[in-house]
Design a protein around this ligand. Structure first.
Ligand code: ZN
Length: 308
């Protein structure tokens, strides 16, 4: 009895096959954001299939109508108003559950990961952008459907242009592309910097900068810490609103760990409202790492199947 979960983000489709409660296969496919959404899911499902699954779950970065199982829109994924659930059910012939990928990641962390045993939890994903999910008393809180899109809180008046079309969003300062932009600024200003030597012929990406930081380049470390601090300031704002027990940091860049999360934690402790009189929420890196969204999608699908 296998259930397949797929996480569609701005740069990847990640699929897992879950058998007997365990991840039996994982495949990651690179996307450029312009692929047909349904075809990307089909390809990802096929890559981990071993016979017909009992159900398929899909987590997608962006606005998802979970009840209607429709991908409504997202700045990092092509297509709008795609009836993902209905279309894929026709193609696969098995039940299909659909949700926002941050919600599915939080479902996974609550059931199998670092949020196990907690009730009031925020999951903040840091990758191509910033996504989020909210658990209140152990249940996913969706608001009218789209709660948790705090990557698009405007934090700088007339700031940098965001992928969403607005300016100054939190994710323009804290994301993989933000780290890439900072690195390009350094390389432009100082083409013979240690960062230029460290990156060599590699394409300048957020992950390449993180790798340079891990290899000891001080400039890369400073840039990673700068993004971490911008991330931490936003976490302080979220803590002012929700006062959660736990903040789980997920997403590709969040998963790199202390280089990002350490500075974020320190800023959170200083910037939280009433800092001298309270302890800031615990901040932990998602245990399931980059697979959380896909694993949670599979869990959601399994749950929907069991419930029907
Ligand atoms: Zn935005």
């Amino acid at each position: 009895m296998a259930v397949i979960g797929v996480d569609i983000g701005g740069t990847k489709a990640l699929a897992v096959r879950i058998e007997d409660g365990k991840v039996a296969a994982t495949e990651r496919h690179t996307l450029n954001g312009s692929e047909d959404l349904l075809e990307a899911v089909e390809k990802a499902v096929a890559s981990v299939s071993d016979g017909e699954p009992t159900a398929v779950g899909v987590g997608i970065a962006g606005l998802v109508d979970q009840a209607d199982r429709t991908f409504v829109w997202g700045p990092h994924v092509a297509g709008d108003r795609v009836a993902v659930g209905a279309e894929l059910e026709t193609r696969f012939g098995v039940p299909v559950a659909v949700d926002n990928d941050a919600n599915t990641a939080l479902i996974a962390e609550l059931e199998l990961g670092v949020a196990s045993g907690y009730r009031d939890v925020l999951l903040v994903t840091l990758g191509t952008g910033i996504g989020g999910a909210i658990a209140v008393d152990g249940e996913i809180y969706r608001g009218g459907g789209y709660a948790g899109e705090w990557g698009h809180m405007r934090v700088v008046a007339d700031g940098l242009l965001c992928d969403c079309g607005k300016r100054g969003c939190w994710e323009t300062l804290a994301s993989g592309p933000a780290l890439e932009r900072l690195a390009r600024e350094v390389l432009h200003a100082n083409p013979s910097s240690s960062l230029a030597r460290s990156l060599g012929d590699q394409e300048v990406t957020g992950y390449a900068v993180v790798a340079s930081a891990d290899h000891g380049d001080e400039t890369a470390r400073a840039l990673v810490a700068e993004v971490g601090r911008a991330f931490g300031q936003g976490l302080a704002d979220l803590a002012a609103i929700f006062d959660p027990e736990l903040i789980v940091v997920g997403g590709g860049l969040g998963s790199v760990g202390e280089g990002i999360v350490g500075p974020a934690r320190r800023v959170l402790a200083d910037a939280i409202h009433g800092a001298a009189h309270r302890i800031a929420p615990t901040v932990q890196v998602a245990r399931l790492g980059p697979t959380a969204g896909a694993v949670g999608a599979a869990l959601l699908a399994a749950e929907a199947t069991n419930g029907s």
